[in-house]
Design a protein around this ligand. Structure first.
Ligand SMILES: Nc1ncnc2c1ncn2[C@@H]1O[C@H](COP(=O)(O)OP(=O)(O)OP(=O)(O)O)[C@@H](O)[C@H]1O
Length: 811
């Protein structure tokens, strides 16, 4: 029974020493071998530390192999570790292969063929075979028959290196179900001694196609294959038959890069063929390593020849040779990567026992294999042409042509209409943007017209009336509506068109039979689709651009508004600070506790006033309140002096009036606080409600100007609330409790700030009856119980802020 051994391809790396030529050219050695297994490829730029571009970009690589040999290792050592174990297997009837792979000049030929001084693997293997045979023969009754062949694969053709004539024809590769691939017509030389094989090697090597290239003066331009067949008869394991062992030793041509070898003409073509077969070898290695079911052996003559060695019935050793020079970094790295990948290939070596029965069954297996292969190829062929024949069975060529022509027309139509729809969509979008801009303008015009301002249009000769603008707006809105509808329907049709396009795409393989035409049409369609996609992008870009433009306009508008507002504020502040209104106090509003339940007595209000400062004003106005109230106010209200207020903060205008040595603070304008509203007269309480009164005593040096209109509104020396009535300051009346919840005592009126009778100089005084809110009750404590609270405000500077506590007064 034939034994079967499953094993991985054994991969060894051999790094040659630097040549004399390389040394004299200062080539750096960057390949290191450690522990007999590890190969370290150093970063070729590491020595160039001054080059900042290379810093921190180390290209150092490490690989582990079954075995690794450095520059010092001789071929004998390499042979002992790699090929020698195979010889025993070959003598036991196994197939074995040793092949050297590497870039040009890396030492493949040196390793495989060697020199007379240092013979390579081929010679040593043959020698070992003969030694083994001799031993066995000496021991017993077995007999051996050894034959050799030496062939090269040059430019994808086989050439017999054992022949004598250069004109010998090109040989063909065949597959034998038992012995595997073989070159038909090749000379099989029966050898009796090592010397004969050595002669054959030398003879063949001389005939081998070698040419000097820039990388190697004796560069092998072909793959050389030495095969040794050993037939062993009389072995106890197969006494009636024989054991058939085969050793293949291959010196591959160098993998090379055209740019580096500087090859031209025929050399370049050779290089292309060498690379093609090495590429096919690489693909096979990749397929085998990844466990793929399909291995492209047929892609080159070389891989067809190596079919058994790589993935079949064979024990295989790969020797990857590398150059140590830093100039070969890329080539060496590639070689190591290949070798690293090849480590994963599994081979299944089986003893070749040849018996008559075995022979038949092997042929049967081979036929079955071939049948399988034929089936696979048939299936591939069918794949190419099955689709049309399935779909249009029996149709003649014209019909098929017509079908593909129709498909082409449909696709073109589909894409054309898509393009046109896309363009329409862009137009509609542009229209929409335009109409929206016009709509905004028209609306702006209407606002101007309604305000009675001089709108930009009213200054134009084609000035339109308000009605015209309203008509225009209606028309624009109608147009926008139509555009939106068109856009919707276009988008819908576009979507349908895309779906139809995809459907057509699916039908391509069935409707277009010619593969080239199909590829061409696919290309055309792709171009068209890209064109449409570009249009789509244009479309979105257009929309986006408009949106950005709109935003820019809005930002510009807002900036302008902000500028105007700041300008206005600045002007107002300037006016307020310029003391152009001396004697006036601006009321800053009031704090109104609207939601507080005021009950019968009304809410507590804090009123703020501000007056422009005068340089010569020495008045010191301080706020003083009743003890309890002051405690509260200091706790709860921020009394810090305000800066010049903004116009919008000013709620009213009071006048500081001086009259016979006293001043009055009179609110001369109505309060504009929108939270305040008038009390309907009918609902006004019967009793009048006094407002706070206050005033500032003028400096004695300046007699107060008299203003009759205002003087009549506030009677000097009378703090009675009823006396504050006047045309500009009607008295407040007591409100119902309901009204008091939401109504300030000053609501809608122009309150007089009261007389300034006897007020000390520099005092802004307000007094009234304090009726605090509920939540203030506890803060104010006893204040609540008091029927009257005199609140005197003293401010640090009238030029800043004056505040007066104003409360409804109960009688
Ligand atoms: N291990 C080694 N020790 C000493 N010299 C070596 C070694 N390996 C290779 N050389 C020398 O390097 C040179 C190139 O080697 P070789 O011709 O074997 O390279 P190659 O890989 O076969 O190149 P090509 O693919 O171009 O044929 C030769 O001069 C060879 O003698």
């Amino acid at each position: 029974m034939a034994e079967e051994e499953v094993a991985r391809i054994s991969v060894a790396v051999r790094c040659r020493p630097l040549s004399e030529h390389e040394r004299s050219n200062m080539v750096q050695s960057i390949c290191r071998v450690m522990d007999g297994r590890l190969v370290i490829l150093l970063d070729p730029g590491a020595s160039a530390a001054h080059d900042y571009l290379r810093q921190d970009k180390s290209k150092e690589k490490r690989f582990a192999f079954d075995q690794a040999f450095g520059p010092d290792a001789d071929t004998k050592t390499l042979f002992t570790a790699t090929a020698e174990p195979l010889i025993k297997s070959v003598l036991q009837g196994y197939n074995a292969t040793v092949f050297a792979y590497g870039s040009t000049g890396a030492g493949k030929t040196f390793t495989m063929i060697g020199t007379p001084v240092e013979p390579g693997i081929m010679f040593r293997s043959v020698e070992e075979i003969f030694k083994g045979v001799a031993t066995v023969v000496d021991e017993g009754t077995e007999s051996f028959s050894i034959s050799c062949s030496f062939v090269e694969v040059y430019n994808e053709n086989f050439r017999d290196l054992a022949g004598n004539s250069d004109r010998e024809g090109i040989l063909d590769l065949r597959e034998d179900p038992v012995s595997g691939s073989y070159v038909a017509g090749i000379r099989e030389i029966q050898t009796e001694s090592v010397q004969e094989v050595m002669d054959l090697l030398q003879h063949g090597n001389q005939r081998r196609t070698t040419e000097p290239t820039a990388m190697n003066v004796t560069s092998s331009r072909s793959h050389a294959v030495l095969q040794v067949r050993v037939e062993r008869k009389g072995n106890p394991s197969n006494p009636s038959g024989s054991l058939l062992g085969k050793l293949s030793m291959i010196d591959l041509a160098g993998s090379e890069r055209a740019a580096e070898t500087k090859n031209q003409g025929v050399r370049l073509l050779e290089g292309a063929n060498i690379n093609r077969s090495l590429l096919a070898l690489g693909n096979c290695i990749n397929a085998l390593a990844s466990g793929s079911h399909f291995v492209p052996y047929r892609d080159s003559k070389l891989t067809r020849l190596l079919k058994d060695s790589l993935g079949g019935n064979c024990k295989t050793v790969m020797i990857a040779t590398t150059s140590p020079g830093h100039l070969s970094y890329e080539d060496t790295l590639n070689t190591l990567k290949y070798a690293n990948r090849a480590k994963n290939i599994r081979v299944r070596a089986k003893q070749n026992l040849v018996t008559p029965d075995e022979h038949v069954s092997q042929y049967e297996h081979a036929i079955a294999d071939l049948r399988n292969e034929v089936a696979i190829l048939k299936a591939k062929l069918a794949q190419r042409s099955a689709a049309p024949s399935d779909v249009i069975e029996g149709a003649d060529e014209n019909v098929l042509k017509e079908a593909s022509e129709n498909w082409k027309l449909e696709v073109i139509k589909n894409l054309e209409s898509r393009t046109s729809m896309q363009r329409s969509l862009i137009d509609v979008e542009r229209g929409l943007v335009q109409w929206r801009v016009e709509l905004d303008q028209a609306k702006e015009m209407i606002v101007h017209e309604e305000r009675g301002g001089s709108s930009p249009s009213s200054r134009r000769s084609d000035a339109r009336s308000l009605e015209d603008w309203k008509d225009a707006i209606a028309q624009i809105e109608e147009n926008i509506k139509e555009n939106i509808e068109t856009r919707r329907s276009l988008a819908e049709r576009l979507q349908q068109n895309k779906t139809a396009g995809k459907e057509l795409q699916k039908q391509l393989s069935q409707r277009v039979l010619n593969e080239d035409l199909r590829a061409f049409l696919e290309l055309i369609q792709r171009v068209q689709v890209l064109e449409v996609e570009r249009l789509e992008l244009d479309h979105f870009w257009e929309i986006h651009r408009h949106q950005l433009e709109q935003r820019d306009q809005e930002i510009a508008m807002l900036r302008e508004q902000l500028r105007l507002r700041n300008q206005h504020i600045q002007q107002q502040r300037q006016e307020l600070s310029d003391e152009k209104v001396p004697g006036h106090v601006f009321l800053l509003g009031s704090t109104l506790a609207e939601s507080s339940p005021v009950q019968q007595r009304g809410p507590l209000r804090v009123m703020q006033a501000w007056a422009p400062a005068r340089e010569d004003d020495e008045d010191r106005v301080t706020a003083t309140f009743s003890e309890e109230a002051e405690d509260f106010l200091q706790d709860k209200i921020n009394w810090r002096a305000l800066e010049v207020p903004m116009a919008s903060q000013i709620k009213g205008l009071a006048q500081l009036q001086q009259n016979a040595g006293t001043s009055r603070l009179i609110a001369a304008k109505a309060w504009k606080d929108p939270s305040l509203r008038s009390i309907p007269e009918s609902r006004a309480p019967r009793r009048p409600l006094a407002l706070a009164q206050g005033g500032v005593a003028p400096p004695p040096a300046r007699p107060p100007p008299r203003e009759p209109s205002l003087r009549s509104e506030a009677r000097e020396g009378n703090s009675s609330p009823s006396q504050t009535r006047g045309s500009t300051c009607p008295p407040l009346r007591r409100k119902s409790s309901l009204e008091e919840k939401t109504l300030a005592p000053l609501a809608g009126r122009q309150p007089s700030m009261g007389d300034m009778r006897g007020a000390p100089r520099g005092l802004l005084r307000a007094h009234g009856v304090a009726v605090p809110q509920r939540q203030l009750d506890k803060n104010l404590g006893g204040v609540r119980e008091k029927s009257r609270l005199r609140a005197r405000s003293e401010h640090s500077r009238l030029g800043r802020v004056g505040r007066a506590l104003v409360t409804p007064q109960r009688f």
